[in-house]
Design a protein around this ligand. Sequence first.
Ligand code: TXA
Ligand code: MG
Length: 321
Amino acid sequence: MINLIPATPENVKKAAKVIRRGGIVAFPTETVYGLGANAFDERAVGRIYEVKRRPSFDPLIVHVATHEQLERVALTIPPELKKLTDAFWPGPLTVVVPKNPQLPAITTAGLETVAVRMPDHPVALFLIQEANLPIAAPSANPFGYVSPTTARQVAETLGDAVDLILDAGSTPIGVESTIVTLRNDKILLLRPGGLSVEEIERVLGRKVEELKSEDPLAPGMLKRHYSPKSRVVILESWEKYYRLRALYRRVLLVLPKRMCGVEGDVIFLSERGDLREMASNLFRILYAADRKRYEVIAFFPVPERGLGKAIMNRLRKAAGI
Ligand code: TXA
Ligand code: MG
C-alpha cells in the first residue's frame, strides 16, 4: 500500500499540504481514525462522502486545534457547552453548536448547526495546525461499517481511494467521541462515546438527557451502523450461546472479562473487566472476526456505566436492534 505512511513529522507536514491542496487524508485521533479534508473546501468534503459512500444527509464532525479555529466554524458557543469544552478539550467530546454561515452546507449536510471537537492526539493536532484550517473528518470507514482503530484497517477498507493514510498505531480510546448539544435548556446526549456521561454530569452539576431515537435532531444516527459482515448477537443467557453453536459452525464468543472453562472460540474484551480496555478492544475484535469469517460474533453485555454505555450502544447498532 503506497499511500500508507508512518506519521513522522515530515509526513504529517506532507499530509497537511495534501489537505491544503484539496486532498483527503486518513489520520489518527485518540478515538478512531478519521478521514479528513479542509472543512471549507466543498469539493474535498464531497470526495469524503463519495469515498465512504456516505449519504448526503449525514453531517461530518469538524476538528479544530485552537479556539480561534473554533470561531471560524461556530457562530456561538452556549456557556454550558463552553464549560464542557474548557474541561474536556482536547478530548473525546463533540459539541453541536450553531454554525458559521461561511462553512459550506455540505460539511453539515445542510444543517444550521455544526459538530466540532478538538482531538487529543499529537498527530491530529499537528496536522490541523500545519494545515492551518479546520478539518472535517468522519470516521475513516465505508458507511455503516465498523470505525477503524488502526491505519491498516483503513488501508484494507478504503485503500487507494484516499490520498494518504498516516499510521500512528492503534488509537487509545477505540470508540468515537461523545456528542452533546444544548436544546430547550437541556443538555442532550446525541451519541454516547469516549467521554462518559458521568464525567459530563459531574462538571455541569446536572443530568444529561438521553435522545429519543425518533428525534429529528439525530441525523445519520441510523439504527444499523458499525456493522461487521459477521452477524452480531447480544446474548442474554448461556442457553442462547449453546443454541447458536448448534445452528452455526463458526461462532466467536466475546466475554467482558476472563473466564475459564468456556467451550469454543472465545475472546475477552478485557482481561480484568476494565471498561476502558473493553472499549479500546471492541472494534479491533470486530475487524478481526470479519477477517476470520466468523458467521456469528456473540457478545455478553457489559455494564452500562462509564464507557460501557458507548460499548452497548455500538453493539446494539451492530446487531441492528
Ligand atoms: O471520535 C469521533 O467523533 C470520530 C473521530 C474521527 O473524530 N469521528 C466520527 O465521525 O465518529 P462520524 O462521521 O463517524 O460521526 C459523526 C456523527 C454523524 O453521524 C452525526 O450523527 C453527528 O456526528 N453529527 C454531525 N454533525 C451534526 C449536527 N450538526 N447535528 C447533530 N449531529 C451531528
Ligand atoms: Mg462513523
